[in-house]
Design a protein around this ligand. Structure first.
Ligand code: 2RA
Length: 345
């Protein structure tokens, strides 16, 4: 059986990666329809040896589609959701627009894949840093129920879209040219911070998303709210700090996981080594541990630095890393589609 597949937002970083992953995974595509805004209409993209012309995303652009992969903003996802569902397609949406809707499954296929079959036309793709973290800790949850997590993320600039790494590179050149000594570009410097609130080259910015009343950001609250839904742990407690770091691709997360039972490191390592699409990468004595330069452009999540938490006996601390454009967004969405049509992911 083959399927008519649409990509909404086909020209952005995630949309382009979805196209790449559909090809890599040999998803059974009959027709591929690439939809984007006016400025991209008419451009041609190559897919499986054929040239495909980008069409305008509009209300009747979805007729005849079976699956629509959403790689656009919340606003665009909301604008077209009803048209997509009315056309009889399943909308696998990477935006955060519907993630907390009760009738919308929020899915990481390796964790709660069967939830895809509860969809009523929309399935949401979780946030990138949440996906990578939960992939790393899902094995621990199998050994003993996770009751709490404390996470710090180190998020790549590409998480802010294609313009993120461009701003990073421009600033690194500027630093190298003019500000080697201090590593600080003065406010009136030639490269104004546009994508990020401050200089990101040679800096870290502890603010991703918008601030909520409780002092956390929208990005930080996703780790708790999405974690609860995906792991089916409604009482899960999460404290999270999300930080933007001068990295092009791959999010890294330092996380301490508190479980019902006391676990030992060896059992945790053995379980993580068995987990699907996870790589135990943990020989610090040989400088072997997860890093963005190791994980980028791959779909697996690397886990290392596994050790007992020194505060609570029920705690395990680890460091994980994964490519957030792929597993954190595009690949996870294609895996949801594969699960939906009964194919291995
Ligand atoms: C970020 N997770 O990294 C957010 C959205 N992709 O900016």
């Amino acid at each position: 059986k083959t399927y008519n597949v649409g990509i909404l937002g086909a020209t952005g970083a995630v949309g382009r990666e979805m196209l790449k992953v559909l090809g890599e995974r040999n998803f059974p595509v009959n027709e591929l329809r690439l939809l984007a805004s006016e400025r991209s209409v008419g451009k041609k993209v190559e897919f499986q040896g054929k040239e495909i012309e980008i069409k305008l995303a509009c209300h009747d652009a979805f007729k005849g589609l079976d699956i629509v992969l959403g790689a656009a903003s919340n606003a665009v996802a909301k604008e077209f959701k009803d048209d997509i569902v009315a056309a009889g397609a399943v909308f696998i949406d990477n935006s955060s627009a519907f993630r907390q809707d009760a009738d919308v499954p929020l899915v990481v296929p390796e964790i709660n894949g069967d939830d895809v079959f509860k969809n009523k036309g929309v399935i949401s793709n979780p946030n990138c840093s949440t996906i990578i973290t939960l992939m790393a800790v899902k094995g621990i949850n199998r050994l003993s129920k996770i009751v709490a997590m404390n996470a710090c993320t180190y998020q790549a600039t590409s998480g802010a879209g294609a313009a993120g790494p461009v701003e990073l590179m421009e600033q690194m050149e500027e630093l190298d040219k003019e500000y080697k000594e201090t590593g600080i570009i003065p406010n009136k410097g030639n490269v104004e911070a546009k994508v990020f609130a401050h200089q990101i080259a040679g800096n870290v910015i502890p603010m991703i998303g918008s601030l909520k009343d409780n002092g956390y950001t929208t990005e930080e609250m996703k780790m708790q709210n999405e974690g609860r839904k995906i792991m089916h742990l409604p009482d899960l407690k999460v404290t999270c700090t999300c930080v933007r770091v001068p990295v092009v691709r791959s999010h890294s997360i330092a996380v301490t996981v508190y479980t019902e039972d006391v676990l030992n490191v060896e059992d945790v390592k053995a379980q993580i080594a068995k987990e699907q699409n996870v790589k135990l990468y943990d020989e610090p004595e040989n400088q072997v541990y997860p890093m963005p330069i190791v994980t980028s452009d791959q779909d697996i999540t690397y886990v290392g630095r596994i050790r007992k938490d020194l505060i609570h006996d029920n705690g395990i601390t680890l460091f994980c890393c994964g490519d957030q454009v792929r597993k954190g967004a595009a690949t996870n969405a294609v895996q949801i589609a594969l699960k939906l049509v009964g194919l291995d992911f």
